[in-house]
Design a binder for this molecule. Structure first.
Ligand SMILES: C[S@@+](CC[C@H](N)C(=O)[O-])C[C@H]1O[C@@H](n2cnc3c(N)ncnc32)[C@H](O)[C@@H]1O
Length: 358
């Protein structure tokens, strides 16, 4: 027998919440499609247009565009004038949906949800039998990650983040050795290599696909001060120590983050620095209840970050390992944690500035 709700008003309110969830989840996928097909950018550049003009302008099939516009208009993302049969993307919405404002573009983040959902069947199996899902099952993961990371970290590192470490920009200008661990398709490192031609940048990445993308891009930009190594951080052997090691959104994904942190500590020169960017949340669920992205983060963890670690027999720290656990592990690895900062451009992440302490 189904249990009868004790409070009917509460039950009805939850039914409304469920409707919102189903609509928002659906819109999120449609936003990803709008991003990938360039529909938001096309609409943004023309201002106001009919269905035929939008489809032609974006070189897309009109029937599909019509259905997509139906979702966008009913979802209050795009405006529709039925008398003129025209569609309009308000500038207030366009900032968060187009490539014109890359740093604020949340449509790129929406593209991660279909990437994660691709492995849903495998995750259901893991719920029953344990284990994990490996990187090779995620299709476009590194491509989507690279786009998000370029906007978030790449566009802000030199102007907003690195200046917070006294003397670091000067050292990069003069020439130092930099290692980026779990560098993905190298977007951040390529940007640094271009900006600081006197320094040497090395990126280490487990997966072959993103390494080959990164190498191609380095060749395309004719950069001779950046190298990408396809290696597991647990077996990687650098030829020399580094002045700066960076880890952007990597540590919680690793199979053995404790071992990698200790290795990073060993690989630093005595006066070297470690910069770790990782998710801004608490290690304790009860402290995350008002976190605006908490459900997104626990979902990211289940469908990607935790499971890729468990797939390698790892710790499965999870996306929401939190600032308390992160600080503890950095100190256990031997680092002195100088500062934990959150920036206005990226409230979702913390930046941990560490020095090598003996
Ligand atoms: C969330 S992604 C972040 C990528 C990149 N830092 C960025 O910001 O775009 C984590 C990366 O760590 C890499 N990775 C995971 N385990 C690794 C290991 N043991 N050795 C090297 N790279 C690893 C993954 O392949 C993935 O590219």
């Amino acid at each position: 027998m189904p249990r009868i709700p004790a409070d009917m008003a509460k039950a009805e309110a939850f039914a409304s919440q469920m409707i919102n969830i189903l609509n928002s989840g659906s819109l999120s996928t449609m936003i990803s499609i709008g991003h990938r097909t360039g529909l938001f950018d096309a609409l943004d550049s023309v201002g106001t247009a009919t269905l035929e003009e939008i489809a032609k302008g974006a070189s897309l099939n009109e029937r599909y565009v019509k259905e997509w516009l139906g979702a966008m208009v009913s979802g209050k993302i795009i405006e529709y004038d039925p008398s003129a049969r025209t569609y309009h993307l308000p500038s207030e919405n366009a900032i968060f949906l187009t490539r014109r404002s890359r740093e604020k573009n949340m449509a790129a983040i929406a593209s991660m949800l279909p990437v994660w959902s691709r492995v849903e069947d495998r995750i259901v199996e893991c719920f029953k039998h344990g284990g994990g899902v490996g990187y090779d099952e995620y299709g476009r993961f590194h491509e989507v990650m690279g786009e998000i990371s370029h906007a978030n970290v790449g566009c802000n590192l030199v102007d907003n983040i690195l200046p917070d470490r006294p003397g670091l920009l000067d050292k990069l200008e003069k020439g130092i050795r930099v290692l980026d661990i779990g560098c993905g398709d190298g977007q951040v490192l390529l940007k640094l290599a271009e900006r600081f031609p006197g320094s040497l940048f090395i990126g280490v990445e487990l997966c072959e696909g993103p390494v080959s993308t990164a190498r191609q891009q380095a060749g395309h930009q004719a950069l001779d001060n950046v190298r990408f190594e396809n290696a597991d951080l647990l077996s990687y052997q650098p030829v020399d120590r580094f002045d700066l090691i960076t880890a952007f959104d990597v540590i919680h994904d690793l199979a053995f983050p404790d071992k990698v942190l200790s290795r990073c500590h060993q690989w630093l020169k005595d006066d070297g620095e470690f910069l770790m960017m990782d998710v801004n949340a608490s290690s304790h669920l009860e402290n995350n209840l008002e976190h605006p992205f908490a459900p997104f983060l626990y979902t990211a963890s289940t469908l990607h970050c935790m499971t890729v670690s468990l797939a390698q027999g790892g710790m499965g720290l999870g996306t929401v390992w939190g600032v308390e656990k992160a600080s503890e592990m950095l100190m256990e690895a031997g680092f002195e944690l100088s500062e934990v900062k959150t920036y206005e451009h990226d409230p979702l992440n913390n930046y941990y500035f560490c020095s090598r302490q003996e």
